[in-house]
Ligand binder design. Structure first.
Ligand code: SF4
Length: 242
């Protein structure tokens, strides 16, 4: 029996992939994004033990919703690929059940491990926190090398991918960085869309509860103008933007 550590389950998610989705939030993340709204998912040891079979059994209850809405299952986090063996087994079993599979990942994993999971993944939601190495490191605490390697591999195998970009004033709203990212992904035919996610502070209270120092206390949400400008850059490279 393959066991894993999860943060929580959501039976009818609508924001992590197409249609109505059964979302598995895995526990554990090697990144420390300054804007993280789930810092309680960071430490793997805080997770709840669960087996792949238990999740599949639960997810199957929602198959009619998935079918009618063209939805499926999404593994999110935390970082779902941190427990890649578990993710692989779960998605494999879901595919056997005819369920559409997606992962929502930061791409921070060795490519050989990611490949194992991708074999059973229909759609990748790839969060690229920044194209600028320095900004990425400053924001997340790690390098963007794995993420960019994964992006290139997804192109190579023509895996349907949505790129997600969190727009944070003063950190990821540098137009040159955004343009460089747009350029980088513009020749990837596997990219179905780019989603711009404006920064929000809904998780701030969790940082306080956990006794972590929330650095973005005084960071505002991005203005409509900046959001529009950002979207226009991606569109100008022929990308489908949401
Ligand atoms: S990758 Fe996601 S879960 Fe991990 S720190 Fe960043 S925002 Fe939080």
């Amino acid at each position: 029996m393959v066991m894993g550590k999860i943060h929580s389950l959501e039976s009818c998610g609508t924001v992590d992939g197409p249609g109505i989705r059964f979302v598995v939030f895995m526990q554990g993340c090697p990144l420390r994004c300054k804007y993280c709204h789930n810092p309680d998912s960071w430490k793997i040891s805080d997770g709840k033990d669960i087996s792949v079979d238990e999740i599949v059994k639960e997810a199957k209850k929602y198959k009619s919703y998935m079918k009618f809405s063209k939805g499926g299952i999404t593994i999110s986090g935390g970082e779902p690929l941190m427990q890649y063996k578990f993710a692989k087994e779960l998605l494999k079993k879901c595919k056997d059940e005819g369920i559409h599979t997606a992962i929502d990942t930061s791409g921070y994993i060795e490519i050989e491990k990611a490949k194992e999971v991708l074999e059973y993944t229909d759609l990748v939601l790839l969060d690229i926190k920044s194209y600028n190495e320095k900004v990425f490191k400053d924001l997340t605490g790690v390098s963007n090398e794995n993420t960019l390697t994964l992006a290139k591999y997804l192109k190579e195998i023509n895996k349907p991918t949505w790129i997600r970009y969190v727009l944070v004033p003063g950190i990821t709203d540098n137009m040159e960085d955004i343009e460089n990212l747009a350029k980088f992904i513009s020749n990837m035919d596997n990219i179905e869309k780019v989603q711009i996610l404006p920064f929000h502070k809904l998780g701030e209270y969790k940082w306080e509860e956990l006794g972590y120092d929330y650095e973005l206390e005084n960071t505002p949400v991005p203005s409509e103008e900046i959001v529009k400008k950002t979207k226009n850059i991606f569109s100008s490279y022929g990308l489908n933007v949401e």
